[in-house]
Every structure is written in structure tokens, then in C-alpha cells.
Unconditional design. Structure first.
Ligand code: HEC
Length: 180
């Protein structure tokens, strides 16, 4: 009897210790396990020198150039950043559209030049319209596009995403075969 009681007591202690360990693990899980972008390619932090995405989005119209257009390495990074920032949830993983307009079909709502696209992505469509832009084309969905300027604070990350979007078009801006 005595041995059994000790055995039970010990068993209880071990279970309690195990439960404690599991509990402690759960407490720390949200810190280590969940990143805003699902653990994919991390966004660069805000630039220490030079403009942030939001600042650049307020620069004079037409002044934003995209040095990454056609740059294969930057385009691959742009695709990772596109996924990491959560764009596929609305636009589809390949940019072909989902609950929101496609990005690769050759129809541009506010304009397809990198300058306009940068401002749209950084500011979102509501603030873009406040800057004097208006919808020139209607896609399958008419809804606001959220602002990503503070989620992607480093301008070159947005420019790489734009280079990836643009890689679906030929030099004349025509969608490549199979995009439509
Ligand atoms: C919550 C859904 C949502 C998310 C997330 C989202 N978008 Fe959008 N996006 C939209 C909507 C809606 C529009 C159309 C805006 C309008 O009609 O004014 C749009 C428009 C666009 C356009 C212009 C498309 C065209 O045909 O002219 C681009 C480019 C774009 N988004 C890129 C992105 C990128 C890059 C990301 C991630 C950093 C992103 N979007 C994340 C909803 C979203």
C-alpha cells in the first residue's frame, strides 16, 4: 500500500511538472512562433537614411523611378516580399486576382507606371485619391486598397514588388501570354 501511495504521489508530481512545462511553452509560443508575415521573407526595417516609403509617396509626381525593372534577382525578392506582405490574400499568389483585381491583366485602375503603382501601394487607394488620382478603369472589384507604406517602410522593397508585377509584361507593357 505504502509503495502504491508513493508511486501515485510521484506520478502526480511528474504530471504536474509536465503540465507546467507545456503551459510555459504555450506562454512563450506567440512571441517566437507567430510573425506578422507568417515567417516568410522579413520586411526590411525603415531606412535609417533616405526617405521612408510614406515620405517618398508624397514626393513630386513622376519622380519615383524603379531601378529593379528587369533585374532577375530583385524580381525574385519582389515575389517573396509580395507573399510576405500579405498581398496574395486579396490579389492571388500569382497576382492573377482573387477577391481583388488582378495585377497582371494589363488593366490599370490609376495607371501602370511604377511611379503611380508605388504611390498606390504605399498610400492605399483612399489617400491616393486625396492626392488627385482618380479611377480610370474598372476591374472586377471596386473596393479600397489598403495602405502598405508603414508595413513596408523601405522603398526598395516596394520597388522590388513592382518589378515582380512588371515582370508579367513585355517591354511594351503588354501582358505576357497566358496572363489574361
Ligand atoms: C485587403 C485587400 C488588399 C490587399 C491585402 C492588397 N490589395 Fe492591392 N488592391 C486592392 C483593391 C481593392 C484594389 C483596387 C483599388 C481601387 O479600385 O481603387 C487594389 C489595387 C492594387 C493595384 C492596382 C491594380 C490595377 O489593376 O490597377 C496594385 C498594383 C496592388 N493593388 C498591389 C498590391 C500589393 C503589392 C499588395 C501587398 C503589398 C496589395 N496590393 C495588397 C486590395 C488589396
Amino acid at each position: 500500500m505504502k509503495t502504491l501511495a508513493t508511486g501515485l504521489g510521484l506520478g502526480f508530481l511528474i504530471s504536474a511538472a509536465l503540465l507546467g512545462a507545456v503551459h510555459a511553452q504555450n506562454d512563450t509560443a506567440p512571441m517566437s512562433g507567430s510573425t506578422a508575415n507568417g515567417g516568410r521573407m522579413p520586411m526590411s526595417p525603415a531606412p535609417t537614411s533616405g526617405a521612408t516609403s510614406l515620405q517618398l509617396a508624397h514626393s513630386p509626381k513622376g519622380s519615383i523611378k524603379d531601378p529593379y525593372i528587369g533585374d532577375k534577382k530583385a524580381i525574385a525578392e519582389g515575389q517573396m516580399l509580395f507573399s510576405g506582405a500579405g498581398c496574395p490574400g486579396c490579389h492571388g499568389g500569382g497576382g492573377g486576382g482573387g477577391i481583388c483585381p488582378p495585377l497582371i491583366d494589363g488593366v490599370w485602375i490609376y495607371g501602370g507606371d511604377p511611379d503611380t503603382l508605388f504611390r498606390l501601394i504605399a498610400l492605399g487607394s483612399v489617400d491616393l485619391q486625396k492626392e488627385g488620382y482618380s479611377r480610370m478603369a474598372i476591374e472586377n472589384v471596386v473596393a479600397p486598397m489598403p495602405s502598405f507604406g508603414s508595413i513596408i517602410p523601405e522603398p526598395k522593397d516596394i520597388l522590388k514588388i513592382i518589378a515582380w508585377i512588371k515582370s508579367h509584361y513585355d517591354a511594351n507593357g503588354k501582358p505576357l501570354e497566358g496572363n489574361q
